[in-house]
Write a protein that binds this ligand. Structure first.
Ligand code: ATP
Ligand code: ATP
Ligand code: MG
Ligand code: MG
Ligand code: MG
Ligand code: MG
Ligand code: MG
Length: 246
């Protein structure tokens, strides 16, 4: 057992808690997820991330792809005394419980066959730039996996065995896969849904609203939990929403 002081994460650093579905390869098979991307399963993951963020305001951003989600806790947070075991266990259990709680909404015709589990870990990032690098890495990973899986499942759906399709794809470059998708399967990669290509992120978006009436109209801003699927590697998103890391 870690001593409490050993369990405390470095003060004034970004904390990222990444959770990941346990054996979701099997879970996806048992629950007959669409391949390569089951939209309902992804939307369920996103709603669970939202539920976690609704509960824990110190989480300022979350990025998700496949069966994983990364939660970014603000630098100054003192939630649970920054104890890693507390933060990880609360987020992981809240996420898993939400997944079960919301299952029926996203899969009204599918019975949940067994209780899903998620693992979790905490990592600290002292610099904003290093946190940005981490998030970029996850989004690049999403793209690489999605491109590979889109090719793989197109080949399988066209009658190839999984082993054969994997062998054919092994070591191939991105442009080869893009061309294969276009020429063999008529898929323009960039036309696939952004959620598949870029993953999903949740943040509190600043929205302006008019309050009052008549001549007394005043602008009021509020923050609304929002799910988007844009690019988070470039600077644009972070410049448009400076308060996230600010
Ligand atoms: P581990 O317990 O080590 O995480 P795992 O089987 O969950 O094992 P991952 O590397 O996390 O392995 O991969 C998750 C797998 O879950 C994917 O490879 C994919 O097969 C499946 N999966 C997750 N989400 C979806 C989805 N929305 N649509 C289709 N398949 C999915
Ligand atoms: P924390 O998040 O710090 O754990 P907590 O409110 O859960 O806060 P605990 O010290 O864990 O505080 O105490 C759990 C409380 O839950 C008990 O004090 C009691 O009020 C309530 N509780 C738990 N199980 C039962 C039960 N079976 N019957 C009645 N009350 C219960
Ligand atoms: Mg894993
Ligand atoms: Mg997994
Ligand atoms: Mg995973
Ligand atoms: Mg307690
Ligand atoms: Mg308790």
């Amino acid at each position: 057992m870690a001593l409490p002081w050993r369990d405390r994460l470095l003060p004034l650093t970004w904390i990222v808690i990444r959770i990941d579905g346990r054996s979701f390869h099997r879970f996806a098979e048992v629950h007959d997820f669409q391949k390569p991307n089951d939209i309902d399963a992804l939307n369920l993951m996103n709603e669970c991330a939202k539920a976690v963020m609704e509960d824990l305001p110190d989480i300022v951003f979350a990025y998700g792809v496949s069966d994983e989600y990364s939660f970014v806790i603000r630098k100054e947070s003192t939630l649970y005394g920054r104890r890693s075991s507390k933060l990880v266990s609360v987020i992981v259990s809240l996420f898993a419980a939400s997944y079960v709680f919301k299952w029926q909404t996203f899969f009204p015709d599918k019975k949940l066959q067994y209780p899903p589990a998620f693992d979790g870990r905490a990592v600290c990032y002292p610099e904003d730039s290093v946190l940005r690098d981490y998030l970029s890495w996850r989004q690049v990973d999403c793209h690489i996996n999605n491109q590979y899986n889109t090719c793989l499942w197109s080949m399988i759906k066209a009658g190839k065995s999984k082993d054969c399709a994997n062998n054919e794809l092994k070591g191939t470059r991105a442009d080869f896969k893009n061309e294969m998708l276009f020429k063999q399967f008529g898929i323009n990669y960039n036309d696939l849904p952004a959620m598949f290509r870029k993953g999903s992120y949740v943040f509190r978006k600043k929205v302006q609203s008019n309050s009052g009436g008549g001549t007394q109209v005043s602008k009021k801003s509020s923050f609304v939990l929002t799910i988007e699927h844009g690019d988070i590697i470039g600077d644009t998103f972070w410049k448009e929403n400076p308060y996230i890391l600010g």
